[in-house]
Design a protein around this ligand. Structure first.
Ligand code: ADP
Ligand code: MG
Length: 260
């Protein structure tokens, strides 16, 4: 099981949308996916049409009061499981900051899941801050995937998160953390600015930047209000095509190199 955190400390850049639709696309392509919602706003949870009490969320596991395994639930979609979030999770920052092992707790839980071989990928949706929940996710992840909005401000945020990745590595919490990729979201091809930003990111991160660019579409934006993934809401549209292509690219990057 590969653990991939979807992260960017900036809000509204498409983290949740990407966590949801990439997970759904991977599941449709035959992968077994565990999606964990680590954002107290619980948009990933509600986006799948799931409601839960605080005790059924990832919260007790983060506090060390429950096993994550007991919090995994069916999303109602084949091969896609979820550990939901709840607004109670907002309080976890304070409680976790008090404990010594807060940074490694999620990591220990997920390492414990790996030998079970129940999932191919574990996708972590993270909150828009650099607090304890985000750092726990980065300590637990094998890789981070950064959704980036096609704006100049997005580039400033990128420099910051790359710095945080280095800090997590250097702290010894997770020396093996890698930058899996950067995916440009909410692309509007009518503006020169959007194209310039993509080119700028390509200059600095030629290997990490996804070829797939996620367009801004009305359908992607409205799908969560129907508690649907883009594949359920508009399966033949541009958004579904983009997330399907992104998942294909993700899987190509994760294929073991063929030795000839
Ligand atoms: P984050 O999790 O980074 O805060 P979201 O994924 O919740 O960001 O996206 C912020 C808002 O933008 C949401 O209302 C979402 O539905 C919308 N959105 C995200 N991606 C797209 C897109 N490609 N096209 C149109 N709307 C989008
Ligand atoms: Mg979000």
């Amino acid at each position: 099981m590969k653990v991939v955190a979807i992260g960017n400390q900036k809000g509204g850049v498409g983290k949740t949308t990407t966590a949801l639709n990439l997970s759904a696309a991977l599941a449709l392509q035959g992968e077994r996916v565990l999606l964990i919602d680590l954002d107290p706003q619980a948009n990933t949870t509600s986006g799948l049409g799931i409601e839960c009490e605080g005790e059924d969320s990832v919260y007790p596991a983060l506090l060390g009061e429950a096993d994550v395994r007991d919090k995994i639930r069916d999303s109602g979609r084949e091969r896609l499981s979820l550990i939901p979030s709840h607004m109670d999770l907002a309080g976890v920052e304070i409680e976790l900051a008090r404990s010594d092992d807060h940074l490694v707790r999620l990591r220990q839980h997920l390492q414990g899941l790996k030998p079970n071989d129940l999932f191919d990928y574990c996708i972590l949706d993270t909150p828009p801050s650099l607090g304890v929940l985000m750092t726990s996710a980065l300590a637990a992840a094998d890789e981070i995937l950064i959704p980036l909005q096609c704006e100049w401000f997005g580039l400033e945020g990128l420099a910051k998160i790359v710095h945080v990745i280095e800090q997590i590595r250097d702290s010894g919490a997770n020396p093996g953390l890698t930058l899996e990729g950067i995916v440009m979201t909410m692309f509007d091809g009518r503006t020169n600015l959007a194209r310039q930003v993509v080119e700028e990111v390509r200059n600095y991160f030629p290997d990490q930047l996804y070829d797939t660019v996620i367009p801004r579409t009305i359908r992607i934006g409205e799908a969560p209000s129907h508690a649907k993934t883009i594949f359920e809401h508009d399966p033949a549209g541009l958004g579904a095509r983009a997330y399907r292509e992104m998942a294909e690219e993700f899987l190509r990057r994760h294929q073991p190199a063929v030795v000839v």
